[in-house]
Design a binder for this molecule. Structure first.
Ligand SMILES: Cc1ncc(COP(=O)(O)O)c(C=O)c1O
Length: 404
């Protein structure tokens, strides 16, 4: 810069760089080991790479793992939710009650079948759908309730299922985060409700992309047909020895099948779940012990009677104790090389839903108020003790530096 032809130097005051780890700590990398790699190679070298014997084996083992009566492997949780709603015959003129504190997929599928999503606010502690508000939102058009086990903490399943039974409604559970979670000792997915799991890359069990629908065998049989073009016989049944080339199309179904390449990964991941889960719980215990005493930080709650899947560690900030907001808090963690995320931008803030249904941000004050102060910290079995220390050190440092 020049002033009157004389060069000047402008010194911009800079905050001292925060202490930070040397490499960026990724928020949720997949846990792929040699077993998964070998299983994929083995499948690629076999004569069958799409839906076939490995997918069937994965369905059987997954069902046994959660204690489900049956399981249908699909290419995503979204596909599972969509297939479930279509199988229930939910469509135009119907309403489905769900939560704003979720990923858009839970609500998009209701739009996909032409029904109206009816959002109700969440409980302030778990951020799960509030059963009392569900009861108040039921109308003669309501056909189903679609609860989401947020972060892996089971919803109040007894209350919701009883309410649904009394009012003649279906319950379709979004269990994208809930592998493995238990409500009153029973695994999520073990009951009769259609329940959709996600095997997306960041999930507790991954097949890169993938999903599983559990439920009653008769329901799953119908869902299986709907999820594969409406055909009464899949390719494996047609091409395998003794199979027949003939099939009937019973309705215009979807193309939602899982491949054997995905299932091969899933089988390995399923066998590692106990080890994965043990490490997740260790990480959570360390985080909660470290953050619980800080006046600006609020660790997640776990209600009695549940086993949390710990898909996410959602830390809430007490904004009145800080001089910065959540967004800046995240920036400060990024500057310290700690990856984070936000789960979720509530559905009613997204332009499509905001504009279509005319929602103001405060329409769901609990979801909105918590959205402004929450962030998700790295939580996965690959975290080393040093990584955990780095996260704790960084979070406490940001909280201390910006305390009011
Ligand atoms: C709560 C919830 N529901 C549904 C989904 C969709 O899962 P998928 O990507 O397997 O379709 C996700 C994905 O992140 C999710 O978080």
């Amino acid at each position: 810069m020049t002033a009157g032809g004389v060069p000047t130097t402008v010194t911009i005051p800079r905050a001292p760089a925060p202490a930070r780890r040397r490499t960026f700590l990724t928020f949720a990398p997949p846990q792929i080991g040699q077993a998964e790699i070998d299983a994929v190679v083995d499948t690629l070298k076999s004569a069958w790479i799409t839906t076939g014997p490995k997918t069937r084996a994965f369905e059987r083992e997954f069902a046994a793992f959660v204690g489900a009566q049956g399981a249908l492997a699909l290419n995503s949780c979204t596909a599972g939710l969509h297939t479930a709603l279509a199988t229930l015959g939910i469509g135009p003129g119907d309403e489905v009650i769900t939560t704003p504190m979720t990923f858009c997929a839970s609500v998009n599928v209701i739009e996909h079948v032409g029904a109206r999503p009816v959002l109700v606010d969440v409980e302030p502690d778990t951020l799960n759908i509030d059963p009392e508000r569900i009861a108040a939102a039921i109308t003669p058009r309501t056909r189903a309730i679609l609860p989401v086990h947020y972060a892996g903490h089971p919803v109040e399943l007894d209350v919701i299922t009883t309410l649904a039974r009394v009012r003649g409604l279906a319950v379709v559970e979004d269990a994208a985060h809930a592998i493995p979670a238990r409500f009153k000792g029973r695994f999520i997915g073990a009951g009769p409700n259609p329940t959709a799991f996600s095997f997306y890359a960041t999930k507790n069990l991954t097949t890169a992309e993938g999903g599983m629908l559990t439920g009653e065998p008769a329901f799953l049989e119908q869902a299986r047909t709907i999820s594969l073009h409406g055909m009464n016989r899949d390719a494996w049944k047609r091409y395998d020895q003794g199979g027949s080339w003939h099939y009937d199309v019973l309705l215009p179904g979807f193309k939602y099948n899982m491949t054997d390449i995905q299932a091969a990964i899933g089988l390995c991941q399923l066998r590692r779940q106990d080890v994965f889960q043990r490490r997740r719980r260790e990480v959570v215990a360390r985080y909660t012990a470290a953050f619980g005493a800080d006046p600006a930080l609020e660790p997640p709650v776990v209600r009695p009677d549940v086993e949390h899947a710990w898909h996410l560690y959602v830390l809430r900030l007490r904004l009145d104790a800080l001089r910065i907001g959540r967004d800046r808090f995240i920036e400060e963690l990024t500057a310290r090389n700690i990856g984070t995320s936000v789960h979720f931008i509530p559905v009613h803030l997204h332009p499509y839903y905001r504009d279509k249904y005319g929602y103001a941000p405060e329409a769901f004050p609990v979801a909105y108020g918590n959205y402004l102060r929450l962030l998700s910290l790295p939580l996965h079995p690959g975290l080393s003790d040093r990584d955990i220390d780095d996260v704790i050190e960084a979070v406490l440092d940001v909280a201390r530096t910006h305390r009011r």
